[in-house]
Design a protein around this ligand. Structure first.
Ligand code: ADP
Ligand code: MG
Ligand code: ZN
Length: 608
């Protein structure tokens, strides 16, 4: 939107500029036309008695003079001569009735001479500013920084109208950023206590889940200035501009500390460096480097907190996630039923609802909706109500809005049919039970059947494991079993099986193969590395056909061994799940109801 508007203004200004230059050139050529009048023409005009008046202009410094001839018809023309005295003495002597005036050559003043250039230059600068600076529209307290500056929008703390009450359903996330708010409110207290506050926080989650909202709410809660810029703003111009903008942004922020710098879509700048096959992207790399330099440069407690948002943490350059940079990662997920109900409540706060509107019911039917989708839903409903000249929203409006919004959302986040939800619930529970019961994996932190927006129908997340230097054979086998758990649960409950477990199977196979070919964990094959150097080969561009360092017979044994390991794990895992069918059912039911359950809720299922 903004960009379009800017381009529009630029376009009109360009036309105006061209018009001005055109007029100027036309005017110049008009003057030249006047000079085409010659002394010979003048003499013949004199003879014919056409000339009424002659003005001669010459002064000492100027070698040429100008003869300005007025005719009886009223028009006038001019020509140049080397010496006006020739005119007075030789030509005009014969025509006493022609009035002759002598005047100084009128030299155009300095200003008049350079005025056109000033105007054109001014227009050029103005044009450039219009194109580079962000349009200031759309915000009371927003201030766009000056020309050639960082392009960030700064909002003063008092003018931010978002606080935590506007952010619904992100209870844990708000909890996590609470200390940042406290720090920004009273940095001094933290400095005195010697506490270390993160410099950078990265919010990761699917679009529309409230990352921008949360970042803004932190600034709103702490009442500190909020600088916001999008990663793509750094990379749209010439090489070096992005880096300069970063420098500017941090400089400006330092002047306003304590404050928050919010970098939306950070993946636009912070993609893995040098990963593109077609050579690096210089501009982006420079910008990223500058950002890292700036972040390393300011002290831990200087009062600047950089918050970044992305929906693709996997493509980020690992350098930005290092300690002292964005070392705090907060996952902002799609809301569960309860979260959705809270978000609906926030977005209906200033709308009147008819009694037939049941937010809980709407929350139940909108699995997979992100906060932005829910906001959109209520907004569309309000529009339907307004079209009917009603001041309140009826259930019917919401149902109609649901069809409209649902179609758009279907593409993005896909509404999940009930059957699929059931399968996902059992699948995830299968993983979770094994995580919980096997000794070296788990414990389970969250089980969820909320679509992640990145292709997964649900997820089971263990607590981050302790830093094992070595993987043991036992743990690897357990990992394989956990991977197979989802598929096993599906098999036990439903007649048919789905394709949903393909990733799990791939993972299990990869583990088993690594055990055999890399870690010497198969007795049949012994302590020999059978890995093919495929990765190196890709880089060296060698013929892939020769990648295997062993013969057919060995290849066959490897395949058999991999199959044996996976099969044994499968049997083991199946036995464990079958022993806990009651948990499988109860956990799946709970998941269908709540969509996401935490460690305590999950572990309680084993007690009952
Ligand atoms: P993101 O930055 O994650 O893409 P935004 O913060 O831009 O998402 O969210 C867009 C809009 O959706 C917000 O302005 C808000 O109206 C609504 N929204 C999203 N998440 C929430 C939430 N948790 N609570 C309330 N409103 C939300
Ligand atoms: Mg956003
Ligand atoms: Zn799975």
């Amino acid at each position: 939107m903004n960009k379009g508007a800017r381009a529009g203004i630029g376009f009109y200004l360009a036309i105006l500029l061209i018009a001005i230059i055109g007029i100027y050139m036309y005017y110049e050529s008009m003057q030249n036309q006047v000079e085409e009048y010659t002394i010979n023409q003048f003499q013949s005009d004199l003879k014919e008695g056409e000339v009424s008046r002659v003005v001669l202009k010459q002064n000492e410094e100027v070698p040429t003079g100008v003869v300005n001839v007025s005719f009886r018809k009223g028009s006038s023309r001019s020509f140049y001569v080397s010496d006006v005295n020739i005119i007075t003495e030789q030509i005009l002597a014969d025509y006493p009735d022609v009035k002759v005036y002598i005047s100084d050559v009128d030299r155009p003043g300095m200003l008049a001479q350079i005025l056109p250039y000033i105007i054109i230059g001014g227009i050029c600068i103005f044009l450039f500013m219009m194109i580079t600076s962000q349009s200031a529209g759309g915000g009371g307290g927003n201030k766009v920084m000056g020309f050639g500056k960082s392009k960030a929008k700064m909002t003063n703390g008092e003018e931010i109208n978002v606080d935590f009450t506007k952010v619904a359903g992100l209870q844990e996330e708000k909890e996590e950023v609470k200390e940042i708010v406290d720090f920004l409110k009273e940095p001094q207290r933290f400095v005195e206590a010697g506490a270390r506050i993160p410099k950078g926080v990265i919010l990761v989650g699917p679009p529309g889940t409230g990352k921008t909202l949360l970042a803004k709410a932190i600034a709103g809660e702490a009442k500190v200035p909020f600088f916001s810029i999008s990663g793509s703003d750094f990379v749209e111009m010439f090489v070096g501009v992005g880096a300069a903008r970063v420098r500017d942004l941090f400089e400006e922020a330092k002047k306003n500390a304590p404050c928050i710098i919010f970098i939306d879509e950070i993946d636009a700048v912070a993609r893995r460096r040098g990963s593109g096959l077609g050579g690096g992207h210089d501009e982006r790399e420079q910008t990223l480097n500058q950002m890292l330099v700036e972040m390393d440069g300011f002290g831990v407690n200087e009062g600047i907190i950089v918050i970044a948002a992305t929906n693709r943490v996997d493509i980020l350059d690992p350098a930005i996630l290092r300690p002292g940079r964005f070392d705090r990662k907060i996952a902002v997920g799609k809301p569960d039923v309860k979260g959705r109900e809270e978000i609906l409540a926030v977005h209906t706060r200033d709308k009147s609802l008819a009694e037939d509107v049941d937010l809980h019911q709407i929350a139940r039917t909108t699995a997979g909706f992100a906060g932005a989708d829910l906001e959109n839903l209520m907004n569309e409903a309000a529009i339907y109500a307004a079209r009917d000249m009603r001041r309140f929203i009826k259930k019917e409006d919401i149902d109609r809005a649901f069809i409209k919004v649902g179609i758009g959302t279907e593409k993005k986040s896909r509404l999940v049919p009930e059957k699929e939800r059931r399968i996902t619930a059992y699948h995830e529970t299968g993983h979770a039970i094994l995580f919980h019961l096997l000794p070296d994996v788990g414990p389970v932190y969250t089980v969820s059947i909320i679509p992640t927006g990145m292709g997964a129908a649900g997820y089971t997340m263990p607590l981050p494991e302790n830093d094992n230097v070595f993987m043991t054979k036992g743990k690897m086998l357990q990992d394989i079993k956990v991977s197979l758990g989802g598929r096993i649960a599906e098999e036990l409950i439903f007649e048919d099986i789905t394709t949903g477990a393909s990733q799990d199977i791939k993972q299990a196979t990869a583990y088993a193969r690594a055990m055999v070919t890399k870690y010497g964990m198969s007795e049949k094959l012994g302590l020999i590395n059978y890995e093919s150097q495929e990765e190196d080969e890709v880089f060296l561009g060698r013929d892939l056909g020769h990648a295997r360092p062993y013969g057919e017979a060995i290849a066959k044994v490897i395949d058999e061994e991999v199959k044996r390991i996976v099969d044994e794990c499968y049997q083991d895992a199946k036995a464990i799940i079958m022993e806990h069918m009651d948990v499988l059912h109860r956990c799946s039911e709970l998941l269908l109801e709540k969509e996401r359950i935490d460690q305590t809720e999950f572990e309680a299922l084993f007690v009952g």
